[in-house]
Design a protein around this ligand. Structure first.
Ligand code: ZN
Length: 280
């Protein structure tokens, strides 16, 4: 029996801006409105970065994260996730500063980047000390880590630095981030290799960057994973056609999943399927 497919929306991110697509949300109200429409279209998890509401530049302001979460929580019951990585590459934040919004605002989940890499031209530092600290603190806070693996080696990092040390009980939730320059290229063979390297009891989703969003997403769904769409990773609906909204990207993901004969997980099903630490 095949698993239902969990769709995550990443509505804003920190890299593309309105020069790339004028529909990218910046303010709390805009991010919440985009999230609600994506939820209504079939997304059950939202992954958030903070932006300056005026300029759209990446922000480290915890009050921006708070305003996003407050507006979203008031508007719909979607599973919330905030980044601990975005500020490292765009703002050079310290390890503690990257984690602070997670511990203070207690989203359902937070990203936990599973290794250091060159993210484009920039060093993205996620040393074993950082991985261990984040795993420990997220467990204490009841926040589910979503391990972001940009390459095969990072799956092994989680096994070695988290599981073998007993910092967090498996199963874990992973994202395979495919197509960042500096990470594993977005090819079917590579996605299959990532999938086969993962403990089969874990949950995972495919994140294809740019034009790979729907190809990696479709293959992820076929292989039993979830998929992530949204402006953070891709601003196009199809070649040369900018998406009007995140919901439009979610609607396309839903169509693909259904055409493949699979079913999209409802919010309630997603909450059951995910290894959430705090189900209250
Ligand atoms: Zn992100």
């Amino acid at each position: 029996m095949s698993q239902k497919v969990i769709i995550t929306v990443a509505p804003t991110g920190s890299i593309p801006d309105r020069k790339d697509n004028p529909n990218i949300p910046y303010t709390a109200r805009e991010v919440a409105a985009e999230t609600v429409r994506a939820y209504e279209a079939g997304a059950s998890v939202v992954h958030l970065h903070a932006r300056d509401p005026q300029t759209g530049k990446p922000s480290s302001d915890i009050e921006v994260f708070r305003s996003y979460l407050d507006e979203i929580r008031a508007a719909c019951p979607i599973v919330t996730q905030i980044t601990t990585g975005g500020g490292a590459t765009t703002l050079g934040l310290s390890v503690e500063d990257r984690l602070r919004p997670v511990l203070e605002l207690l989203p359902d989940s937070a990203s936990l980047n599973a290794g250091s890499m060159n993210f484009g031209r920039v060093l993205f530092p996620n040393t074993p000390d950082t991985i261990e600290l984040y795993a420990r603190r997220m467990k204490e806070a009841g926040v589910m880590p979503e391990f972001e693996a940009y390459d095969l080696s990072m799956i092994n990092n989680v096994e070695y630095w988290v599981r073998r040390q007993g910092l967090l009980d498996p199963p874990y939730q992973f994202s395979f981030v495919m197509g960042v320059i500096g990470g594993i290229p977005a090819t079917p063979k590579n996605l299959l290799a990532m999938r086969e390297a993962l403990d089969p009891t874990y949950r995972w989703q495919a994140i294809g960057i740019g034009r790979h969003q729907f190809t990696m997403g479709a293959m992820g769904a076929l292989l039993g994973g979830g998929l992530r769409v949204g402006f953070e990773d891709n601003v196009y609906l199809s070649k040369g056609v900018l998406a009007k909204s995140n919901a439009e990207l979610v609607e396309k993901a839903v169509r693909i999943v259904r055409e493949l004969g699979l079913e999209v997980a409802t919010l309630e099903e997603a909450r059951e399927m995910l290894p959430l630490l705090n189900r209250g």
